[in-house]
Write a protein of this length. Structure first.
Length: 292
């Protein structure tokens, strides 16, 4: 077998490194975080709690007719950092985080194809699976960062705006900070797992298209379609397997007496969907002709 390094005896080591670098995780991380759409995505994530605070400042807090107890979710958001962060997660988990997961994982492959650089990345002497793995890993890691950043930033903004009171639910029961923070971390971990099917679908669509918008938009539309079908009682019990059926089960972790049954079912089904579409993506990418 011919040694590749013997064919290029005069090639300096740093030039060989430059050939391998475009396929490394560090290089993929640089591509992911160097794109303007990544900056816009995280900028929107950071702006959301500021927009909420500004909206609350111009709005009117409603009170019930008895005792002045606030019951609406947006009134509870102004009760302290814990409530504010929870309302922020509620508003963002079913749309903004879904969109970011589809963007980070669905745009990775077709963006290279649209720039006509995918063929040149594959010239390097590595398997296609390695290229795909680096893109998937960075996309999933970016989704995880967004999922962790959202409540952390919400706690900081909510604390500065409304104080550092612990969580208070609509019926007046409280969770101390010692109870709330571990459960919030568990809830965000569950939300991250429920985003993996969307990431997997977007990633699979990205291996089938040269258009980033088709992969990202297709995954979001697929999620919307499944959410619509999930509302049909006639689909029982099959709708329980839909990736979004247990999307709000994370709230159970923040109850005074938590029940994790739905969270367990939702996590298992989410992993099934994510693994299935990730396998389809690898199968498609390894067999397809790269023309871009």
């Amino acid at each position: 077998m011919t040694d590749r390094t013997q064919a290029l005896p005069a090639t300096p080591n740093h030039e060989l490194t430059q050939v391998r670098d475009p396929l490394s995780w560090r290089a993929e991380l640089g591509r992911q975080w160097g794109r303007r759409r990544t900056a816009w995505a995280f900028g929107l994530l950071l702006a959301l709690p500021l927009v909420l605070v500004a909206s609350f400042a111009f709005g009117e807090r409603s009170t019930s007719s008895r005792g002045g107890t606030t019951t609406r979710i947006f009134d509870l958001a102004q009760s302290g950092a814990a409530n504010f962060s929870l309302v922020l997660v509620f508003l963002a988990s079913e749309l903004l985080l879904v969109l970011l997961a589809a963007l980070f994982c669905g745009d990775a492959v077709p963006s290279e194809a649209s720039w006509a650089s995918l063929r040149y990345l594959l010239i390097a002497p590595v398997q296609r699976a390695r290229l795909l793995t680096s893109k998937l890993a960075i996309g999933v890691a970016s989704t995880l960062i967004a999922t962790v950043l959202l409540p952390a930033w919400g706690l900081l903004v909510g604390g500065l705006a409304y104080g550092w009171d612990p969580l208070t639910n609509p019926i007046g029961e409280n969770l101390t900070w010692g109870q709330f923070l571990p459960r919030l971390a568990l809830a965000m971990g569950y939300i991250f797992v429920t985003l993996l099917p969307i990431a997997g679908i977007a990633f699979w669509l990205g291996t089938r298209s040269d258009a980033p918008l088709a992969a990202v938009g297709g995954a979001v539309l697929f999620n919307i379609l499944l959410n619509i079908l999930d509302q049909l009682d006639a689909l029982d019990p099959y709708r329980n397997a839909f990736p979004g059926h247990y999307s709000r089960a994370w709230m159970d972790a923040l109850a005074v007496s938590p029940d994790y049954t739905d969270m367990l079912h939702g996590a298992l089904w989410a992993l099934v969907w994510a693994v299935a579409f990730t396998m389809l993506a690898y199968r498609r990418f390894r067999r397809s002709d790269i023309l871009s």
